[in-house]
Design a binder for this molecule. Sequence first.
Ligand SMILES: [Zn+2]
Length: 423
Amino acid sequence: MADARERVLAAVDELSDEVVEFTSELVRLPTVNPPGEGYAECARVVGDRLKRGGFAVEYLPAEGRPEHTTRHPRLNVVGTRPGKGKGPLVHFNGHFDVVPAGDGWTVDPFGGEVRDGKIWGRGTGDMKAGLAAAVYAVEALRRADVQTAGALEVSGTVDEESGGFAGVAFLAETGRIARGRTDYVIIPEPLGVDRICIGHRGVWWFEVELRGRIAHGSMPFLGVSAIDHMAALLEAVRVELQPALATRRTAMPVVPEGAGRATLNVNAVVGGQEADGVQTPCVADRCRAIFDRRFLIEEGLEGARAEVTALLEKVAARIPGFRYEIKDLMIVHPVRTPEGSPLVAALGRAIAHVRGREAALIASPGTYDQKHVARIAGVEQCVAYGPGILELAHQPDEWCGVQDLVDSTKVLALTALDLTAGR
Ligand SMILES: [Zn+2]
């Protein structure tokens, strides 16, 4: 095993130019989501590369999903390479969609330029470098002539940035990632080369709609303004709810530090009548607000929900005519890789070997596809580990360091070797 490890590390060094070039090639495909541009082409590029590495490749369009259209097909790709024995199956998953470039770039966001030891462009860190690292980690095993005991899989999937329903959730729903078949899942999101990410907080997006009574804008005393009521509600949120949330900390190691608390963000407020984009001279008879509550694994959804309902009731008791409706928009439950996970241990050993330091365990401030792997596929042995800097994700002038990319390719290759051998 020690000899195999050294051969694998040497193989990664030899293919380091290729993994950089492959990352650039992926970045030059503007797989922008929304709306989901160029997915099919990107899936083929990943699939072709895997085929050359001895993988059996399947293309899995997200048939039946509403976002899978003729104009913007949702095409996922999965490659499988059998092992020589009966070891565990290790699955690497990377999403290849990227968020729109936005403003403020000083380089071509889809140029894939390599300069100053960095690969530049939208989606370098989040997460085309990570996908490339997975593809070349398994390639390094092949070139080093190391046959794993268990099988290896690499998937490139769509739509993570919009919830992953046509991507990883689809693979989980159709049994392509499933408990009993898939033993370990590693998602190379840009969490940093020395850090292992073991999960995330929960998300509860909800909408509150307030109803008033319409009247002429010149005689507002004859109506009930839903906007005034919303102002009272938002004040209660600011003065009563948010300070209470800020005192709660999770035991999960969420980074950055501030994201380790319960939070509530007001995403949007919309009120009053609009006709053809022009406001009417009326008292607002409705006002809606969208809230984004990030809840801790210790709180749970029902706790968060009861607290918001209690606040609404409190405001309603104070203000005559305060009428509200509350509606869920999206729910993501928190996930956490189990304590004592052999996957975390194997990654930790590989990081120690390649990087010469102890891995840090972290949890992500936002959610990612681990939720589908854990909740739908039922595979709890899942983590995120990959190159790139979390804070650069979705920013202008996004980049990923070449050395980080090469090091994480080594870490993933050693981890695959270790885990597929079984215990
Ligand atoms: Zn990502």
